[in-house]
Write a new protein. Structure first.
Length: 276
């Protein structure tokens, strides 16, 4: 029988991050072969992942970062408990995925998951499975968003449960405005940049709701349409970024705030994700 030393166990632990007993058992199972032991630990992680596949992973980290002020990347790495989300190693793992996405600019979430993880033999998806085996909780990379524009500013809300990014048409002298608007997006959760971005089905639904409310209040039928349109305009003011009251000065809209900086300054895109 192959003798497994404490040094062997510690070496495998440093390579994989798995627990001491897990490493010892893996080396015993693999008869001292490190590659087989690593495969054993990965399979253990896969078993843990399968066991926890039905569990809810509603905690985690939402992280956003920009590169060269022209591109912003936002990811969400979920776990089951707040305790794990606040763990330093979990945070380092999440940031490593964020940095990988920034460096390689994958086209979508599936492409990010299939990417080679930091030059090793594993993909990002494989590494997530390994982390499941180590931590014992379901982990999921659930979102990946990108904003590219003349100027991109990211905002990470304290606690990393919420992040936003905003893209501007103009780069010069827009850093402070970018942070202001990114915080606006985080706080007020707009549905689109302006009215034109609201889906037609949503508009029709809001009009119908407005009509039903007016009728329920006993308003005359000839007034119903006008009342519904008034409610729709209120919906636009509350849910489109340009028409929202600016949270730092509610005497002006976000659009008016941006025009006060530069009349040609436009928001080209934004992203916002928050944990429930």
């Amino acid at each position: 029988m192959i003798k497994i030393t404490a040094t062997d166990v510690n070496t495998l632990r440093k390579q994989t991050g798995a627990g001491m007993m897990d490493c010892k058992n893996a080396l015993v199972e693999a008869e001292g072969d490190f590659e087989k032991a690593i495969d054993f630990l990965r399979k253990k992680g896969q078993k843990v992942a399968a066991k926890r596949g039905e569990r809810d992973a509603n905690e985690g980290l939402v992280l956003a970062k920009t590169v060269d002020g022209k591109r912003g990347v936002l990811i969400v790495l979920n776990c089951e408990t707040d305790f794990v989300a606040k763990n330093e190693a979990f945070g380092e793992f999440a940031y490593s995925i964020l940095d990988l996405a920034i460096k390689n600019n994958p086209a979508n979430l599936d492409e990010l998951k299939s990417m080679n993880y930091n030059g090793g033999s594993l993909t990002v998806a494989d590494r997530i499975i390994e982390e499941v085996g180590k931590i014992g909780e379901k982990i999921d990379l659930s979102a990946y968003e990108v904003v590219e524009a003349g100027k991109v500013v990211a905002y990470n809300h304290p606690g990393n449960r919420l992040a936003s990014m905003v893209g501007f048409s103009i780069e010069e002298n827009t850093e402070d405005a970018g942070r202001d608007v990114a915080m606006q997006i985080a706080a007020m959760n707009p549905l689109s940049v302006d009215k034109e971005g609201i889906n037609e089905d949503v508009i029709k639904k809001e009009i119908e709701i407005g009509k039903e409310q007016a009728r329920a209040e006993g308003k005359p039928e000839e007034m119903v349409e006008k009342i519904a349109m008034g409610k729709l305009n209120k919906f636009f003011k509350e849910n489109t970024l340009m028409n929202q009251q600016f949270i730092k000065d509610n005497k002006q809209t976000v659009k008016q705030y941006l025009e006060s900086i530069n009349k040609d300054l436009k928001v080209t895109d934004f992203k916002r994700i928050a944990l429930a």
